[in-house]
Design a protein around this ligand. Structure first.
Ligand code: CS2
Length: 490
């Protein structure tokens, strides 16, 4: 079958819309670091809408920071790919044209730095996942001992971390007399703009104090809240797209219809008219971030661990199980009082909509995928809400079960005794702890709670937290995830 590419476009079926803008005229004003499925279904989808509305000419150059596979799939397609929107009433396919090139950082870091330093580049956006920030999730500070940071400080012209790349790009711009670009974090971190600004400043001041001050006064680091459920693309998705498109697309992305983007409107050198196509420009992103991180992502992670343990492969299956649906409702009852509602938003309605999104049977989002990188996710997704509840003297039964389920998961074997493929920067630490503690809930919980980069210094000494967590963990070992969730009061 013919491969999707510029020259294959005349063969597109009539039902698929052609671009309403001149693709060749796009200027790559955005460089996106971490070109995964999420960015291609979110940032690129919004940008595509803006181009369609005539707000151009913002093209995107993507950069992969690790592997060449995205570039290898997209380059033969001239950067073209399709987005398959999976609504419960049936799929909808759209062609995305705003991606104008893909670079692979490790192959030629200097070329990427030069692209960041080019006068054309006005925004550098990021989806590098939590661990890509090389920071301590409990404090938000740069880990100067992180291997990638150590490498980048020693090799400033050939950085491999997002932070090292951004600083190298800004340094070259300053030297060339250009202004700074906007660094736009689109990752699920609380206060992502402020955190990124702090990490860039920390890194810059380790190499050059004048640069840190220049970035401080010239740079822009807007906070954002991004949302769309985008599971990893599967072979079955690729085959389905091929059937709809009549062409072979090796790099489609799939996602739910819902999307949301709240952005703090502080840009150094302009931006696409994302607000004209549904993004919310707000003066304060924090309330949106809190709501989304604690209610969506906190529920996602808790459900991923419990659901995986109970043998549910996807979020739709796990949340379709009445016991876990009830668990989610209980979890949201605990979380909602810790979340200041963004203006005009009903948190109860938000929770109800989340349950429907999780249960969308057309989305196959694996519990295993969400279970990844728990060490980087738990602080902002669950532990912040737990701290607030403890401070208010309120119960944390459901939140504590989320943490206990993570502990049960990282102990390495599921309820049938099968080994779990744990993906997490701390996987080796978990394995050591699990080998020592076995199924002794008390010992396992004590050792895991001792990981300071996750739990900080306060929580391990807080009996109102450690008590329910350890009790739930023992129940998870004895009775399994479903019975433990069923046993929760209210
Ligand atoms: C998920 C998120 O994988 C995960 O950890 O919780 O990717 C989630 O699907 C998105 O944040 C939704 O916007």
């Amino acid at each position: 079958m013919t491969r999707l590419s510029d020259s294959a476009l005349p063969a597109l079926p009539a039902a698929i819309r052609r671009f309403g803008y001149e693709r060749r005229a796009l200027s790559p004003g955005i460089v996106h670091l971490g070109l995964g499925a999420f960015a291609r279904a979110h940032l690129c989808d919004y940008t595509e809408d803006a181009l369609e509305q005539g707000f151009g000419p913002w093209g995107i150059v993507g950069a992969s920071l690790q592997r060449p596979d995205q570039r290898d799939r997209l380059a033969p397609q001239d950067g073209l790919y399709t987005f398959l929107k999976r609504a419960p009433q049936g799929p909808e396919l759209r062609l995305i044209g705003c991606l104008r090139g893909v670079m692979v950082a490790p192959e030629d870091p200097a070329a990427l730095v030069a692209r960041l330093a080019s006068a054309e580049t006005r925004i550098v956006s990021l989806t590098v996942t939590e661990k890509g920030y090389c920071h301590d999730p409990a404090t938000g500070r740069l880990r100067a001992d992180h291997p990638d940071i150590v490498h980048d400080l020693a090799n400033p012209a050939a950085p491999r971390s997002a932070i090292g790349l951004i600083v190298a790009g800004l340094k070259a711009r300053r030297a060339a007399g250009l202004g700074a670009f906007t660094a736009l974090s689109c990752d699920n971190l609380p206060s992502n703009g402020r955190v990124l600004r702090g990490l860039v400043r920390d890194f810059a001041s380790l190499s050059d104090d004048g640069l840190a001050a220049w970035i401080e006064s010239n740079g822009a680091f807007p906070a954002t809240m991004v949302d769309r459920i985008v599971p990893a693309t599967t072979e079955a998705d690729i085959a389905e797209v091929e059937g709809l498109l009549g062409l072979h697309d090796a790099a489609p992305v799939v996602g739910e219809p819902f999307r949301q983007w709240a952005i703090e409107d502080v840009f150094a050198d302009g931006r696409p008219a994302w607000d004209a196509v549904g993004a919310q420009m707000v003066s304060e992103v924090e309330p949106f971030e809190f709501m989304k991180l604690r209610m969506l992502n906190g529920a996602h992670s808790s459900l991923a661990y419990l659901g995986y343990l109970a043998g549910h492969e996807t979020v739709a299956q796990a949340s379709g199980d009445a016991v876990f649906a009830r668990f989610l409702e209980g979890l949201w009852r605990e979380v909602i009082p810790t979340v200041p509602a963004p203006q005009g938003v009903s948190l109860a309605a938000y929770a109800e909509a989340l349950l429907a999104r999780f249960q969308n049977p057309a989305i196959r989002h694996r519990t295993w995928q969400i279970a990844m990188d728990g060490s980087q996710k738990l602080p902002q997704r669950l532990l912040g809400a737990i701290r607030d509840r403890l401070q208010a003297g309120a119960p944390i039964d459901h939140l504590a079960l989320g943490i206990a389920a993570w502990m049960r998961y990282v102990s390495g074997r599921d309820e049938a005794g099968t080994a779990i493929d744990i993906r997490d920067p701390l996987a080796a630490t978990y394995a050591e702890i699990a080998a020592r503690a076995g199924h002794d809930a008390e010992a396992l919980s004590r050792a895991l709670l001792g990981i300071e980069s996750i739990f900080g210094r306060d929580l391990p000494g807080e009996a109102r937290f450690t008590g329910p967590v350890t009790r739930h963990l023992a129940a998870l070992f004895d009775q399994g995830a479903k019975a433990t969730a069923r046993g929760l009061a209210g």
